[in-house]
Write a protein that binds this ligand. Structure first.
Ligand code: SF4
Length: 381
């Protein structure tokens, strides 16, 4: 089969108020230009009913016959760019044609407002949204981010939905979740507590994305009750560059939280540090790599391209000379990404400055205080 996700997993992540907008087999299928390739007209289903829907059956049929179904355009496009796509992943839970894995987002509640994010994924970015709205810059910011930053978004009320209630009462082999920041969201904590109270936790693997800022002894104790955990910590840079991207988090506090977690956890599987590669951090990734090497447990660094691929902070717009300064890292995926930016390079400083300065304006920041000196000199030239 070309990809195992549709044979074991359902992703429930995009909410419109208290209604789920669509069900997909993975969290990468939806992109601003094709939000719902599976075309869900009705979503009044439990996760199990959706997993047994005609859309999922059609996709499973195609993938088991090695046919590249158009639902998975995200992956086929990446492969066309010469980059290993999302369908290549670790199969901790083997695909059995049964719903064993649920990948869930309870809401967009988040303590951070990262540069590459949007109000759909972090409610904190509504502060930027309101600012842009007041300054009549919404159209401009939507254009600068190629449609990523758009639309007013309130925090969805998912607690009474059919999907959340199903999750509370149907234990699965692997519970995946992200946010927002999942540990900033009581609904995720409530779900973990239910698994612990019912005795399900010892048989369930947790795989989650977190920004890594919220670890404390109580949370770590809960997580230790599960069979295993595979955390992905989203940390894309160090020091000032980190603080610029992962606004308004202090790097020192993040560092303390991550070290406490890695030292006190007793059931860690593979720990990933997830890096979104953008023009903001690409020149500094060697420092980031070195910081990862100082952590008290071995971590794997995984890289992905900032998206949409054509937005202002994409490295494709860097000058050729700056591309030459991208560090060499011992990572196949990073090398593919780096080579792809070289191949597709179309220098456009104005486009990059537009996205950078719009958010600088909204946050009263100045890129000159945070970014790599070579990048600053080019942007200023
Ligand atoms: S092929 Fe890609 S888009 Fe399709 S389910 Fe697998 S990871 Fe998701």
């Amino acid at each position: 089969m070309l990809c195992s996700y549709p044979f074991k997993q359902i992703t429930i992540r995009d909410w419109d108020g208290d209604r789920i907008k669509w069900f997909h087999p993975c969290c990468n299928m939806s992109r601003p230009d094709w939000e719902d390739p599976m075309d869900w007209q009705n979503t009044d289903f439990t996760p199990e009913e959706a997993f047994n829907s005609k859309q999922f059956k059609e996709l499973r049929e195609a993938l088991s016959n090695n046919k590249k179904h158009p639902f998975c355009k995200t992956c086929w496009d990446m492969e066309d760019r010469g980059i290993e796509s999302f369908r290549i992943h670790n199969d901790d839970t083997k695909p059995r044609g049964k719903l064993d894995v649920v990948d869930f987002i309870a809401s967009n509640k988040c303590n951070l407002a990262c540069r590459m994010c949007d109000p759909q994924t972090s409610h904190r970015l509504m502060l930027d949204f309101e600012f842009f709205s007041k300054e009549h810059l919404l159209h401009e910011v939507e254009e600068a981010t190629c449609g990523k930053f758009r639309g007013r978004m309130t925090i969805p009320k998912t607690i009474n939905t059919k999907q959340y209630q199903w999750l509370l009462n149907n234990p699965v082999k692997e519970l995946r979740f992200s946010g927002g920041e999942p540990f900033f969201d009581n609904q995720i904590i409530k779900l973990l507590d239910k698994y612990i109270a019912e005795g399900w936790a010892k048989d369930t693997i947790l795989a989650y994305h977190t920004n890594g800022t919220m670890f404390n002894p109580l949370l770590i104790e809960k997580l230790n009750k599960f069979k295993k955990q595979h955390p992905k910590l989203s940390i894309d840079a160090v020091e000032e560059c980190y603080e610029y991207i992962r606004y308004p988090q202090s790097f020192d506090e993040l560092d303390r939280s991550v070290r406490l977690f890695l030292k006190a956890s007793t059931n860690l599987g593979r720990v990933n540090i997830a890096v979104v590669v953008s023009a903001l951090n690409i020149l500094e990734l060697h420092d980031h790599w070195q910081w990862c090497c100082t952590l008290p447990k071995k971590v794997y660094i995984s890289y992905c391209e900032v998206y949409p691929d054509q937005r202002g902070i994409s490295p494709i717009y860097l000058s050729r000379q700056l591309l030459e300064h991208i560090p060499w890292l011992d990572s196949k995926k990073f090398t593919q990404i780096r080579n792809s930016y070289f191949r597709r390079n179309v220098e456009d400083k104005e486009k990059m400055l537009r996205e950078i300065t719009l958010f600088d304006y909204s946050r009263n920041q100045q890129y000159k205080n945070y970014l790599h000196p070579h990048l600053i000199s080019w942007l200023d030239s």
